[in-house]
Ligand binder design. Structure first.
Ligand SMILES: *Cc1c(COP(=O)(O)O)cnc(C)c1O
Length: 376
């Protein structure tokens, strides 16, 4: 049975009776950029997150870059983030000229370890970017307590956590700013690049509207040197159509995570991600840890099951990071995850039979590979 990691075709087919006509109307309109669709989506997304404002931008990476710019973070400043994040978080910090200070995650949740964040704070620390990795919220209460008294800003990297909640509060509504990606692979994705920044701060929202649009105010005045990074009408139309389904899709992801736990928890060769009880984890990824993961990945792919690696080379070991003061061995938890992580298919379009096929294939591999290691 074929089990893709994403099934965009199946998702769009299910939405087409609504989405097709909406795209057609947009194409017949005269607002390709910064029109009513984008501003309606911004209002709806802000409501969903529970923040006062949302500003649509060109990507999740730009959402992070523009957030840091709006806060005035730049050369000489330090920004603390997770060593085990996706490269874009580090790229954003370096792009504004600030210095990325990486810290190890908690080994169980894989989210920022707040004791290490506190230990990494210096007189130059301007901001912390917690990354809600794989859809699980960082301990935002603890982070708030660390940052508030020191006047350090919090910018959430919520690119993997649309709709993740704890105590009813949503990812993107905890920090001063929340940065989202709508890359097609994310829990809420458009058909291209897109992103948004959420905030309760009216002045920051206004600055962000200028910063995404060449630093422009009104028609002819340019106040800042800034990029051109807007969420276009077609992407906004797609996102408006999908947003009402997001909570149900996230619930389906949790259901699939539960099925994986039922089917795989007794296998000693496989470490599963926790199913947190008191929060709504949105399982952007279901990342297991396993020795010989390439072997398991090949075994799955021979049966049409697509696993993924997130992320085999951590940011501090990327060539792009060669000017940072980090070496192999500096982040053992992160590096061990990078060697052993394998993501199982978890998109909400997958049906129970497909998930059962993944579970069966892994059980077969565990049985035969433990048999072969006994004979070896
Ligand atoms: C996807 C992602 C980004 C970047 O988003 P893009 O829209 O691809 O630029 C940033 N941070 C994390 C954690 C991500 O997963």
């Amino acid at each position: 049975m074929r089990v893709p990691s994403k099934d965009y075709g199946r998702q769009y087919a299910a939405l087409w009776s609504e989405l097709g006509p909406a795209i057609e109307r947009a194409l017949h309109g005269d607002e390709p950029i910064l029109g009513a669709a984008t501003s309606s989506f911004e209002t709806e997304f802000a409501d969903f997150v529970g923040s006062r404002f949302a500003v649509g931008v060109g990507s999740g990476t730009d959402a992070l870059i523009l957030s840091l710019r709006a806060l005035g973070v730049g050369a000489g400043d330090e920004v603390i983030t997770a060593a085990n994040t996706f490269m874009a978080t580090v790229t954003a910090i370096a792009t504004v000229g600030a210095h990325p200070v990486l810290v190890e995650p908690d080994p169980t949740s894989l989210c920022l370890d707040m004791a290490r964040v506190e230990g990494a704070i210096s007189s130059r620390t301007r901001a912390v970017i917690p990354v809600h990795l794989y859809g699980r919220l960082c301990d935002m209460q603890a982070l708030h307590e660390i940052c508030a008294e020191r006047d350090i800003d919090v910018v959430e990297d919520a690119a993997q956590a649309h709709g993740a909640r704890i105590g009813g509060q949503c990812a993107g509504a905890f920090g001063r700013l929340g940065a989202f990606s709508f890359h097609p692979s994310k829990n809420l994705g458009c058909f291209g690049d897109g992103g948004a920044i959420t905030t309760n701060d009216c002045t920051l929202a206004e600055d962000l509207r200028q910063l995404r649009n060449l630093g422009k105010r009104g028609k002819h005045k340019f106040l800042h040197i800034a990029p051109n990074s807007k969420l276009d009408t077609i992407q906004a139309v797609i996102l408006r159509c999908k947003l009402p389904y997001l909570d149900a899709w996230n619930a389906r992801r949790r259901e699939i995570a539960r099925l994986y736990h039922e089917g795989l928890s007794e296998l000693s060769a496989i470490e599963l991600p926790e199913l947190p009880r008191d929060e709504e984890h949105v399982f952007h990824l279901f990342a297991i840890h396993v020795d010989r993961r390439e072997e398991l990945c090949d075994h799955l792919s021979r049966q049409g099951i697509r696993g993924g690696l997130h992320y085999p080379i951590p940011p501090h070991l990327q060539q792009a990071s060669r000017s940072l003061p980090y070496r192999p061995g500096d982040f053992p938890i992160t590096e061990r995850c990078a060697e052993r992580e394998l993501s199982l298919p978890i998109s909400p379009e997958l049906d129970d039979d497909q998930i059962a096929a993944v579970i069966d294939a892994i059980r077969v591999w565990c049985t035969s590979s433990s048999a072969s290691s006994v004979t070896a």
